[in-house]
Design a binder for this molecule. Structure first.
Ligand code: HEM
Length: 334
């Protein structure tokens, strides 16, 4: 039985290949990826809307139906359909690109983790751990889709720039900032979960004209969130200045760092709006939505700061002599 399976499968694959090649063109996948990234951002924003308007708990214990009609029901279904279609659509790059072999499973796993954790947050009392996991999974889900979209979009273009040399410190800075954004965001989400959004009720100072929160409940978290945000903004300025110096050889990093700086500054400004408007829903929505874009832009810089996998460089004739020897198994140097 097993012996016949392989030729049968091969036969099937041979028959399907021309059909797949006609339907799954690079252009079609590129478009699907762009639409999926936009859909995921909307779903992320809707999720934020649900928590902002406290509708998540309006669902009681009836997730995923939420009284049979609220947004999460179709938002979840739409997200699942698009992400699975994208994961299937990028399979043509499976062998050629290590990044796709990582990103495609990550996006599918994060999708189901997100759905499960979202359900848990509705059904169970929210804890800091649950909140951290949910916040993390939603960022990973959106970012894996965004990176896939950016990767397929710039194949044969800015993708090649990744092979150019880059100071190791730059790589450390972008990876550090991406990790740190998660910390800043978690502190913010924790503020909200504890219901102490206005522990620091002024901006740029914290309370009563002082930079420090005094004995206000949640003051420590609010202060830590602001201090961390300040560090992130300084990091974004540093990244931009460094990116500007590298702009001739690495326009990808320069443009990416412009995005990061603009988004981080907008995020901080909207944070101030949250305080000035006494936590108006629209300001909360913008503040929570922007963090996905900040994280996504930083992760794009992480991707671009890593050289393309050696096998890809071999295919485009850009592998180093040492990599060539390893990949081809050659033992002599020429
Ligand atoms: C620039 C980096 C910043 C990042 C990445 C960031 C991120 C976040 C995130 C992810 C949340 C949770 C939103 C949610 O649970 O839906 C949050 C909440 C909050 N942030 Fe920030 N924030 C930043 C800067 C600031 C600044 C500068 C301020 C104050 C001026 C601020 C004030 C607040 C407040 C009051 C909350 C709680 C209310 C809410 O949920 O919107 N943030 N932040």
């Amino acid at each position: 039985m097993q012996k016949h399976a392989t030729p049968m499968l091969q036969n099937l694959r041979a028959q399907l290949a021309p059909v797949a090649a006609r339907v799954v063109t690079p252009l079609a996948v590129r478009r699907l990826a762009a639409v999926t990234a936009a859909v995921m951002f909307l779903v992320y924003a809707m999720g934020t809307l649900v928590t902002t308007t406290k509708s998540g708990h309006g669902c009681g214990d009836s997730w995923p139906l939420c009284r049979g009609q609220f947004i999460p029901e179709y938002a979840t279904a739409t997200a699942i359909e698009f992400v699975l279609a994208l994961a299937a659509g990028v399979l043509w790059l499976w062998r050629a690109r290590l990044e796709i072999r990582i990103l495609a499973p990550v996006m599918v796993i994060a999708l189901f983790a997100e759905a499960g954790l979202g359900a848990a947050l509705v059904l169970l009392p929210p804890t800091a751990l649950l909140l951290a996991l949910h916040f993390g999974s939603s960022l990973v889900l959106f970012t894996s889709v965004l990176l896939t979209a950016l990767l397929v979009r710039q194949l044969g273009d800015w993708d090649n720039l990744r092979d150019r040399p880059l100071p190791a410190g730059y790589r450390w800075l972008v990876f550090g900032m991406a990790g740190f954004t998660y910390v800043v965001g978690f502190l913010g989400a924790y503020l909200r979960q504890r219901g102490v959004e206005l522990a620091c009720n002024q901006w740029p100072v914290c309370r009563d004209g002082s930079l420090l929160p005094g004995a206000a409940a949640g003051g420590g978290i609010a202060f830590a969130h602001r201090l961390a945000a300040l560090l992130l903004a300084l990091g974004a300025i540093g990244l931009f200045v460094w990116g500007r110096r590298l702009r001739d050889s690495r326009p990808d990093l320069y443009h990416g760092s412009q995005w990061v700086l603009a988004l981080v500054l907008a995020q901080a400004l909207v944070g101030a709006l949250v305080v000035w408007s006494r936590v108006a829903e629209v300001s909360q929505l913008l503040h929570a939505g922007l963090v996905a874009l900040v994280f996504g832009a930083l992760c794009y810089l992480c991707l671009q700061s890593l050289p393309r996998p050696a096998r890809t460089r071999l295919a485009t004739g850009e592998a180093t002599p040492a990599e060539l020897r390893t990949l081809t198994g050659a033992t002599t140097t020429s």
